[in-house]
Each structure stands twice: as structure tokens, then as C-alpha cells.
Design a binder for this molecule. Structure first.
Ligand SMILES: [Zn+2]
Length: 157
């Protein structure tokens, strides 16, 4: 993804899955984890935010969006255990597709390619369970969660 798409994707996640208030230190840096939604089958989708929420620079790292391509989960967990960035805001979503991961398929449990389901440049593509099925409309894949349960710590996963 290009940088602008990263920012857009983060903005979309923020709108769809608003997090609670940040726990911040004296420098305004945060280190927090929360459940930001749940999968079609009710599995929690977690996010970790590290860094400066007031920064103009935001970086989004998604460890797994295609359930059969999830080597990035381990990388995102290492990143989440690392130092808190001081010059940008880092959002980490280790697994955006826990159902696909459990099923060992690319798509989510509804057969939607979540990477083709973002509103940015969305268009109808394919049919359910096609490798690049866009879903019937943008953001049809994730189910915004209302499960708050904020937990803050250095090893959220
Ligand atoms: Zn992929």
C-alpha cells in the first residue's frame, strides 16, 4: 500500500472501530491495546497503539489480512513488544482476519477478500469465495465491535 492508503486505512479503522481514551505518560506517549471489533464468527480483533497520538505521522501495520498469509503476525507481535515510538503514532493490528486464519483461507468467514473490502477505490469484484471477492459493499467484512474492555500494558497479546 502507498503511504496515503495507509493513512486512509487507519482513518477508516479509527472511524469503524473507535478506541477508548488513551492512557498517556507525561510526554503524551501512549502504549495501549484494545479489542477494536470482532470477526463474523465472534473472534476478537485487537489493536495496539504505541507512540504519540498527537503526531501528524501515523503508521498502520497489519500482520494478517489474508488468512493464509499470516507470517506478519509474528512480526507485528515483535513490533508491539518493542520501544514506544516518540515521533509518530504506531497502530498494530496483528490479525485483521482471525476467521480466515482459523479456516486457513484467504477470505473471511463470509468468503470476502478483506483487502478488497476497504472503501478506498472499492468496486464490486468477483463472487463469494473468489480470491479477490470485494464483498457486496465496502466494509461489509468487518463487524464493528462495541466491546470496550480497554487494557493497557506492555505485553497486550
Ligand atoms: Zn495477501
Amino acid at each position: 500500500m502507498r503511504g496515503s492508503r495507509l493513512t486512509l486505512a487507519l482513518s477508516i479503522l479509527s472511524l469503524v472501530f473507535p478506541l477508548g481514551q488513551a492512557a498517556s505518560d507525561s510526554a503524551g506517549l501512549v502504549r495501549r491495546a484494545d479489542v477494536i471489533g470482532e470477526s463474523v464468527r465472534g473472534r476478537p480483533i485487537r489493536a495496539i497503539e504505541l507512540g504519540d497520538p498527537a503526531s501528524a505521522r501515523t503508521v498502520l501495520v497489519v500482520g494478517c489480512i489474508h488468512g493464509n498469509e499470516c507470517a506478519g503476525i509474528a512480526v507485528s507481535r515483535l513490533l508491539a513488544r518493542g520501544a514506544t515510538p516518540t515521533t509518530f503514532d504506531l497502530w498494530i493490528v496483528p490479525n485483521l482476519n482471525p476467521d480466515g486464519y482459523a479456516l486457513r483461507v484467504r477470505q473471511n468467514a463470509r468468503g470476502v477478500d478483506l483487502n478488497r473490502n476497504f472503501p478506498s477505490e472499492w468496486r464490486l469484484m468477483g463472487e463469494r469465495w473468489d480470491p479477490q471477492y470485494s464483498g457486496p459493499r465496502p466494509l461489509s467484512g468487518p463487524k464493528p465491535g462495541s466491546r470496550g474492555g480497554s487494557s493497557f500494558g506492555s505485553s497486550p497479546m
